[in-house]
Ligand binder design. Structure first.
Ligand code: BEZ
Length: 211
């Protein structure tokens, strides 16, 4: 069965371009992003890995480790990394899992046979410090992902895990948040010293509480 939000992210042992890992141990106590790509030496994937390498510092700032996976072998990954570095203004700085036996792809349901029975789709899993899945995304092979959106979601996930707020459409770090509906006005007054704006009983905005 497909993995759902709140499920524990399956643990696995794997070979990567930065050596063997045990996934949960590698994650440590922080957050993680595991993302699959269909195949090495393909154009969209080349741009995606370059894009992540260029903004890796942004993931680190948020205490997030990133790791990619495809069903190609390690030697292929190493050769491809040279092309990524050459063409994408980057120096690859995170591991790629060599999932030749499809253990990771199977555990995370990354092969969608009605799309392609051999290659993985473009899956993204954001995993919290409790090793539970906080976000899943699935893109087709033909569409490269927007990794700034993944960072934006992580900002929301990290904020809302510690404060009784949600984030509205297109929210970005620093913008007004939504007071969760379960909170009464009286409790919201106590919890949010900067106050809140009440548009409707269920639609209340407050300044981002952690800045
Ligand atoms: C790509 O990464 O460019 C790609 C991979 C599989 C199918 C189509 C595009």
């Amino acid at each position: 069965m497909a993995l759902r939000l709140g499920d524990v992210a399956p643990d696995f042992a794997a070979n990567t371009t930065e050596g063997p890992i045990q996934f949960h141990q590698w994650l440590g106590n922080g957050w993680g992003v595991l993302f699959s790509h269909p195949a090495d030496y393909t154009p969209v994937c080349t741009t995606e890995l370059g894009a992540v390498a260029r903004i890796k510092a942004e993931f680190e700032k948020r205490n997030v480790k990133v790791i990619a996976v495809s069903v190609d072998p390690l030697e292929s990954h190493h050769g491809w990394i040279k092309d990524i570095n050459e063409t994408q203004r980057c120096s690859m700085n995170f591991p790629i899992i060599a999932d030749e036996k499809r253990q990771v792809a199977t555990a995370y349901d990354m092969i969608h046979p009605n799309a392609d029975d051999k290659a993985t789709v473009r899956s993204v899993f954001v995993i919290g410090p409790d090793k539970k899945i906080k976000l899943t995304l699935t893109y087709p092979a033909s569409t490269g992902r927007n990794f700034l959106e993944i960072l934006r979601v992580i900002d929301s996930l990290q904020l809302t895990s510690g404060h009784k707020v949600a984030t509205p459409a297109d929210w970005k770090q620093g913008e007004e948040c939504i007071v969760v509906p379960a909170l009464s006005d009286a409790d919201a007054t106590k919890l949010f010293p900067k106050g809140f704006r009440k548009i409707k009983p269920y639609l209340r905005y407050t300044p981002q509480p952690n800045i």
